[in-house]
Design a protein around this ligand. Sequence first.
Ligand SMILES: C[S@@+](CC[C@H](N)C(=O)[O-])C[C@H]1O[C@@H](n2cnc3c(N)ncnc32)[C@H](O)[C@@H]1O
Length: 226
Amino acid sequence: MGKNKLARFAENLTFEHVLQPTFDQLVNEGLAQRGRWNELLFRREAPLVLELGCGGGEYTVGLARMNPARNYLGVDIKGARLWRGARMAKEEGLTNVGFLRTHVDHLLKCFGPQEVDEIWLTFSDPQLGKPRKRLTSPLFLVRYKEVLKPGGVVHLKTDSPELFEYTLEMIAEHKLPTFEQSANVYADLVKRVSPEEQAVLNIRTYYESMWLEEGRTIHYVRFGVL
Ligand SMILES: C[S@@+](CC[C@H](N)C(=O)[O-])C[C@H]1O[C@@H](n2cnc3c(N)ncnc32)[C@H](O)[C@@H]1O
């Protein structure tokens, strides 16, 4: 393993805003923060927003900068990636940002019923050969429904036409409400939304920047899970 990665793992252990539960803690003991993220990590009551598969946490940190009255938690399995966001948040003194290193499959072990206000899925792996593993598969939609508050929303931003189309099919099949939808965020959506929404959509993650340089089109849909 590279020295850089080891240094990041070591620094993650020193961050109070980074949680790295063990399998035993999740499955046998139960995570203390489950249902109590606002109280135990953020130490204040505020809407809780998740970014699943956050990578370097660009959305988590970007949204947290724009919305100090909300709490943001980035979730990823790769500690060396989420270290970037954790470091950035610490350097900027952002107290409304946290990171959770875990597998997204453990969502229900990490969050209590109706604990979450919004979920962001940013450039999630399209899992072309394994639809069940997609973060908008029925398996995940059921989990989102459990952790989201009534009226809670899911945002999907992706370069993958397959994941975008698949998500629209799942929305239609499950008769879910769609609040916003665009097959081309920068040619279409940013031109017809408020300046605040434009700023949100203009946050660029590491992967998005790469795909834009390659000339790929970015898709977005915001929907509810009822
Ligand atoms: C294509 S990257 C996108 C990262 C970031 N959202 C961005 O846009 O730059 C997908 C991310 O999802 C994470 N990921 C994939 N499967 C995961 C899982 N089952 N649990 C947690 N994280 C996962 C990967 O580690 C990776 O950081």
